[in-house]
Design a protein around this ligand. Structure first.
Ligand code: UD1
Length: 432
């Protein structure tokens, strides 16, 4: 209890209280990928049959997507990490604003609602503190497939003209390789008449996961995972059972938890190809990695400063920028971290500074001078990955850290305190 006394307004919020300085050990289990599961759930709208997804992480974002699908008439059954979705009788093509707002992936459902029902009305996703995050590419793609799209009063309305209400295959060149736009267009094009080609497509593993699911439902998609995806539209899709890929961002966060506490640990399950750029950066800064069945054993050495630039996949993921910064704040030497995806994703810097980190922001880059130790403080996770960075810093900081912003953390990390506690971390949740 050596940290400065927290301001009362900070400790009154729900928070994680972390006693730093404990080595971790054993294994950290990785849940299913949030960003995959959310979009895969919306693919249920493309068929009347039952879609069963396994390895769905128990997260508040998944609850939110469930509510959105239920509001449109989808029947949902959930048991443990399996979810059964049946969209035989859709009652609405208009998910309500209060459910869509704040869950960006729900906007991507516009592609499947439109393909299935011939019309869709979806509110624009809410503003996010990490950047503007437009959806122009999604809309441009739907227009290319023949939809008439208007945006009025913050709501996107799309209709497919003609009697048969069927979208038409088209060639689409994305201006930027947007993950969400690629996924929206993939779902819409799967039921279109004719062939579509998406150029400059996002190559993220979650896009591949969606294409694999759609193919298992009877779609004819090739090239997903590369920059050019071809979709031969089919008349109907059917149900299937499908397992969501492991969450590469949670896996990366856990590798960083081991590295920042200088602990040897096993992280599993991991698909190494989904994490190559991150694994390389971990090696560059002094960690030894061994592949062991479906997992990775990480042994951190002396952590040294390195430079990182975020890029679309297969580059270094923006979602691990803040967590990696927490590690580099404790490295020997200087690091430069450049954020190329979002224009406002440095808010964690101020919070890390409160813990004694020596970081200065220059434009879209952060110059991190490693310090020998961080010290516990009340800090706020300003977005999902910033809150993960705060937890990592708290694990190694001297004294106690109170991390608020758990509404963000709970969107993306299933049972994080139980997982970390089982590995030897000292942290507990306070709900008031
Ligand atoms: C997805 C992930 C998110 C991750 C991001 C980038 C989900 C649910 N979320 O978000 O965790 O941080 O990929 O890896 O999968 N852009 C445009 N115009 C558009 C669309 C996007 O300029 O029409 C820009 C955005 O402003 C941003 C960049 O492209 O700078 C990446 O955005 P995008 O790939 O669309 O991210 P999401 O799919 O929303």
């Amino acid at each position: 209890m050596t940290a400065a006394a927290p301001a009362s307004q900070d400790i009154l919020k729900p928070h994680l209280e972390i006693q730093g300085g404990n080595r971790l050990q054993g294994e950290l289990r990785v849940s299913g990928a949030k960003n995959s599961a959310l979009v895969l759930m919306t693919a249920a709208l493309l068929t009347e049959d039952t879609l069963t997804l396994s390895n769905v992480p128990p997260l508040t974002d998944i609850d939110g997507m469930e509510s959105i699908l239920v509001s449109m008439g989808v029947k949902v059954r959930r048991s443990s990490e399996t979810i059964h979705l049946q969209a035989s009788d859709l009652t609405s093509a208009e998910p309500p604003y209060e459910l869509v707002n704040g869950l960006r992936a729900s906007f991507f459902a516009i592609g499947s609602i439109l393909a299935r029902m011939g019309h869709a009305k979806v509110p624009l996703p809410g503003g996010c503190r990490i950047g503007a995050r437009p959806v122009v590419e999604h809309i441009r793609g739907l227009k290319a497939l023949g939809a008439v799209v208007t945006v009025e009063h913050g709501v996107v309305s799309a209709t497919v003209p003609g009697d048969r209400k069927r979208l038409k295959g088209a060639s689409i060149v994305l201006d930027c390789p947007s993950v969400g736009a690629t996924e929206t267009i993939l779902m819409a094009a799967s039921l279109a008449k004719g062939t579509s080609v998406i150029e400059n497509a996002a190559q993220e593993p979650e896009v591949q996961d969606l294409a694999n699911l759609l193919n298992a439902m009877g779609a004819r998609i090739s090239g997903a995972g590369g920059p050019s995806i071809t979709v031969e539209g089919v008349e109907r899709l059917h149900g299937c059972d499908y397992t969501v890929i492991p969450d590469r961002i949670e896996a990366g966060t856990f590798l960083l938890a081991a590295a920042i506490t200088r602990s040897t640990m096993r992280i599993a399950p991991v698909v190494p190809d989904h994490l190559n750029s991150v694994l390389q950066k971990l090696r560059d800064c002094g960690c030894v990695l061994e592949f062991d069945g479906d997992g990775i054993v990480i042994t951190p050495g002396t952590i040294k400063g390195i430079d990182i630039t975020t890029q679309p996949f297969p580059g270094f993921p923006t979602d691990l920028q803040a967590p990696f910064m927490a590690l580099l704040a404790t490295a020997q030497g200087t690091s430069v971290i450049t954020e190329k995806i979002y224009e406002n994703r440095m808010q964690h810097v101020g919070e890390l500074q409160r813990m004694g980190a020596a970081i200065r922001v220059q434009g879209n880059a952060a110059v991190v001078e490693g310090v020998p130790s961080l010290s516990g403080a009340p800090v706020n996770g300003t977005d999902l990955r910033a809150s993960a960075a705060m937890v990592l810093a708290g694990l190694v900081a001297k004294g106690r850290t109170q991390v608020s912003g758990l509404n963000h953390l709970d969107r993306g990390y299933a049972g994080i305190e139980a997982k970390l506690t089982a590995s030897g971390a000292k942290l507990e949740r306070h709900c008031s």
